[in-house]
Design a protein. Sequence first.
Length: 200
Amino acid sequence: MLETVAHFGTGLGLAAGSGLNAYAVLLVYGGIARLFPGECPGAIPLFLSEPATLAVLLGLYLLEFFADKIPGLDHVWDLVHTVVRPLAGGLLAVAAVAPGADTALTVLAAGGGGVTALAAHVVKGTARLTSTALTAGVANFALSLAEDVLAVLQAIVSVFLPLVALVLALAVAGLFLLCVPRLAKGVNLFSRRRRGERSS
């Protein structure tokens, strides 16, 4: 039972990180799978640890690194990755929870990972929209760097400290439920204020 919980901790932790930066988490997980194959069994980690796969992931990570730090382009990038990040989160959760292709665990892990990644993605996107509204995008560069660091750390913690990762994934869910409505309301109020200033 504890082992299953730990596997879910790894899977949901990786998914939460992928909601911030999917390519960074996939790259780190693939690198760990290559260095410590015993920690990451199964076909998915094996594929991610291939040199060609790692090279592609590195290229995608570098592309995201620069695109995510340009005001305006970062919102377009986030919109496109509304699909990519949950898919990556579901894939990583399946890799961690059900490497033996158990059907029930695969479905549960894929669903849980996808939802967790989507929650983290929405928190990230809403925070970025709020930052753009309040600072005209000036703070977005620092936010993006922080997200990159958090995603990498989350991936490492998820593999080696799965119970800690599970707590962090639950914290992301709590943050999503508590903060997103308030952040969205704040952006809406700020937009109304700016429209009022223009009309006057």
